[in-house]
Design a protein around this ligand. Structure first.
Ligand code: NAP
Length: 269
């Protein structure tokens, strides 16, 4: 018997990294895990891993910036799985760029995925979430409030999603819909290991900033997600849980100024 038996969970960006791990974790607790993202083959890999572990789910290709496609996909999930209980807004894009070198299009690209994409999925899932008194979980980052030199686009967008989380908690509470956020600190994923932590001494520099002495693992975030979206958290809404080993409290912005030259392109984090 799992905590999510009979529930339907939609994870955006579920084809890799934290989204993939959360989809697996929800499915392991009994949920039907629906994953969306742009690359169908990555979604299929997540679904294969869910099924190999005895769970169930499916993946639908979708760009969260495309409201018409989001609407169609949410309709398909509701009809195939019977509804939506949990929406995890996890999809994101990011890259390191000093602000003075960032083009307006580069800024817009990240803001569109993170802020507009989160709005699209949330707004278009409203009817389904209302019907099930569902839960929204937004994956932001501790740099939403600390700022992040080298990622003004992502920091600005995540700060917007933080405001969205609080607004929705206040506005949709009357429908029984909860909205919370997780702010991960630096986490090991395939993407961040390849593009960030392996560059020079970046991992060691960041590790020294983390009071709990290590970078995060996807399971650190997934366990928090399982709690915040469950009945155990039924009176928690509008909250942001930092899952970061107390990184931000120790002055730990993800400050890449010393490595700008080498970190010209990176995925999230
Ligand atoms: P990741 O592996 O790059 O995952 C991002 C996912 O978003 C990908 O599966 C990607 O799939 C999807 N995506 C990107 N653009 C999309 C679009 N337009 N429409 C739909 N899906 C899209 O990153 P991650 O490290 O797991 O990060 C997951 C979340 O945690 C993000 O919100 C990130 O900001 C946050 N976070 C991560 C860290 C960290 O250290 N890893 C730290 C703080 C916050 P496609 O490319 O196939 O679309």
């Amino acid at each position: 018997m799992g905590r999510y038996d009979g529930k339907v969970v939609l994870v955006t960006g579920g084809g890799s990294g934290l989204g993939r791990d959360m989809a697996l974790a929800f499915a392991a607790e009994g949920a039907t895990a629906c994953v969306i993202g742009r690359r169908q083959e990555k979604l299929d890999e997540t679904v294969a891993a869910i099924e190999a572990a005895g769970g169930s789910g499916f993946g639908l290709a979708c760009d969260v910036r495309d409201a018409a496609r989001v609407e169609a996909v949410i309709g398909e999930i509701a009809s195939r799985a019977g509804g939506i209980d949990v929406l995890v807004n996890n999809a994101a894009g990011n890259f390191v760029a000093p602000t003075e070198q960032l083009s307006p299009n580069g800024f817009k690209a990240v803001v569109d995925i993170v802020l507009l994409g989160t709005f699209n999925c949330t707004r278009l899932a409203f009817d389904a979430l209302k019907a099930r008194r569902g839960a929204i979980l937004n994956i932001i980052a501790s740099y939403a409030w600390s700022g992040e030199p080298g990622a003004i686009h992502s920091a600005s967008a995540k700060a917007g999603v933080l405001a969205m989380t609080r607004t929705l908690a206040a506005e949709w509470g009357r429908y029984g819909i909860r909205a919370n956020a997780i702010a991960p600190g630096p986490i090991h994923t395939e993407g961040t290991d390849k593009h960030l932590w392996s560059v020079g001494d970046v991992e060691e520099t960041i590790r020294r900033q983390i009071p709990l002495g290590r970078l995060g693992r996807p399971a650190d975030v997934s366990r928090a997600a399982l709690f915040l979206c469950s009945a155990d958290a039924e009176w928690i809404s509008g909250a942001t849980l930092a899952v970061d080993g107390a990184h931000w409290l120790d002055g730990g912005t993800l400050d890449f100024r010393g490595a700008f030259d080498r970190l010209t392109k990176a995925v999230d984090g």
